[in-house]
Design a protein around this ligand. Sequence first.
Ligand code: PEP
Ligand code: MN
Length: 338
Amino acid sequence: MIIVLKSGASDADVADVEGRIRAMGYTPHTIHGELRNVIGAIGDDRGKERLRSLASLECVESVTPILQPFKLASREVKRGNTQVRVGNVVVGGREIVVMAGPCSVESRFQVLDVAHRVKAAGARVLRGGAFKPRTSPYAFQGLEEEGLKLLAEARRETGLPVITEVMEPDKVDVVAEHSDILQIGARNVQNFSLLRRVGEAGKPVLLKRGMSTSIQEWLLSAEYVLAGGNPNVILCERGIRTFETATRFTLDLNAVPVLKKLTHLPVVVDPSHGTGHWEYVESMAMAAVAAGADGLLIEVHPKPEEALSDGPQSLKPDKFAALMGRVRKIALAVDRDL
Ligand code: PEP
Ligand code: MN
């Protein structure tokens, strides 16, 4: 922490603040300036609020942290990139890992058909929702455990690892039994009991950004999973709420280079939810890879016009294959494989 004293602060004030810093277990390091004094409190104060309270002293101008509040997620703690291994797929290495499939698992035919087609186009992971977080309680809520079994069958048939969302702590075991990656949805990014629970699950976690979550809050959510003993966390930018209504959300591609600076965790981008319209998905997928994303999460449906959820943003399989061809060119241009 850096504690800046007000310009009129006396030597007695400096000594008082130094004494308080020592009493809290930190070492004060004072820089005497011409106009004001600045005290560095040396010691790891992440997650602790005590030094911040010094801001309430009359003689103190400001108290500012110098370390990021997240620790295990931070590049200050781990310099090299984390690579998350799922079967023979590595997220966070040289390869751009594309995860594709329907928003919701709707039937055996639908999920198997789409699984074969996204695999043929180069997807490395099959996505599909079995437990669906729907804004309306009257909307299709997913096939639940039946959906998990269909995903597992699609994995057996295609060899593709699968990712699906888990919404409740009580369901973590059953989802982990059938899925290779546990997806935490945007609406659950700050469901701390769920985050703690997936921290113990022993399966990689894909943590979506909440629609109103700052990057710092998001990384603190990742910290819950990491601190629970699970080092395999993938971050997924999926768009945030802004004043713009032309698209469903505003895909924050700034987040990609910002995250690359702040954290060693791999970053995936979801242009399907990020835009909400299938026509914009390819452009934003290419932009995401150009910006440094490690992977993409894309909704593909054999008949988007009949989809039970997110049809307007779902690509038909042939459109997805065309997207893969164009994204591959961008990947090669930025020294990645696809
Ligand atoms: C999804 O992946 O289908 C989904 C519900 O995503 P999000 O949590 O980002 O809205
Ligand atoms: Mn969806």
